[in-house]
Design a protein around this ligand. Structure first.
Ligand SMILES: Cc1ncc(COP(=O)(O)O)c(C=O)c1O
Length: 279
């Protein structure tokens, strides 16, 4: 059986309870996962489960019996490689715990805590009862506030119905990739790139097409190279500016050159992953 990789680690015995429809809503079956099945931690902080079957104890109606559960992952999930960012972060944490001074350059986090004014606003919102489901796109208040910010600070006019608030860039980029890519489509990614982009393409059954850039070109995508690599399968171009990891910023002129090429390929969409410096 093929080995499966997980990036999460559950050191304690895990118990899953699920309703057994055939036995009425009152009856729950409880499945205990022995901890030894979760104890195979590799150096890269991933777990290798050597079998895609797991022995579990099933308790139902006062009896218990041993059974096997198929825990194999789908080909789609198996095609995704473990996160290098998480692996490096875990190694850095282990070094810090061992007393080694470490400058962390792995996970892209600010080097300061959440400013007090933001933390207080979050705490107050919970106290005031803002704890229920909101519209999927975000509340009208927050989308209107974003429009106001875009107008005042960036000179851009948007209406709230054009704004969608997500739980972070990772979620929204993955969902955009899943929304537009079909199996066999190509997702074009200039290198060096944020490590999640190719895995997002794979999750959509699309093929990542990596385009190298040159240090002499400030690691920015060469429009001529882009043009030479476009096919009828090219579906999405992902541009990151300022780039993680290079920090390079696309100029307006370069973006216009790229846009002219994209405009000649009606199937090709562009996903910008942009960051804005704090004033
Ligand atoms: C280029 C890039 N895009 C997206 C993300 C993910 O952002 P978020 O934490 O908002 O999901 C990161 C995080 O490091 C990133 O470096």
């Amino acid at each position: 059986m093929a080995a499966s990789s997980f990036t999460t680690f559950t050191p304690k015995p895990t118990r899953l309870c699920f309703a057994d429809q055939s036995m009425g809503s009152e009856c729950f079956r409880s499945v205990s996962f022995p901890s030894r099945f979760h104890s195979l931690k590799s150096l890269e902080s991933t777990i290798q489960v050597q079998s895609s079957r797991l022995d579990v104890m099933v308790r139902a109606g006062g009896t218990s019996e041993k059974t096997e559960v198929d825990i194999s992952l789908s080909p789609r999930v198996n095609s995704v490689k473990p996160s290098k960012t998480v692996a490096i972060t875990d190694q850095a944490t282990a070094l810090v715990q061992a007393g080694v001074p470490v400058i962390r350059l792995a996970a892209g986090e600010p080097d300061f805590d959440t400013p007090a004014v933001i933390a207080e606003a979050g705490i107050n919102a919970i106290r005031e009862g803002y704890t229920r489901y909101t519209p999927n796109a975000g509340t009208l208040e927050v989308r209107s506030a974003i429009c106001h910010k875009l107008k005042e600070e960036n000179g851009l006019s948007y209406t709230p119905d054009e704004i969608l608030v997500s739980n972070g860039a990772k979620q929204s980029i993955l969902q955009a990739v899943l929304a537009v890519c079909s199996p066999g489509d190509e997702v074009i990614i200039p290198a060096p790139f944020w490590v999640s982009y190719p895995e997002m393409a794979r999750l959509a059954d699309a093929t990542p097409v990596i385009l190298p850039t040159l240090i002499s070109e400030n690691f920015l995508l060469d429009p001529k190279l882009l043009e030479s690599k476009l096919t009828e399968k090219s579906r999405l171009l992902i541009l990151c500016s300022p780039s993680n990891p290079t920090g390079s910023v696309y100029s307006r002129k370069l973006l216009e050159e790229i846009a002219q090429i994209v405009a000649r390929h009606p199937r090709l969409l562009v996903r910008m992953d942009e960051f804005e410096p704090q004033q």
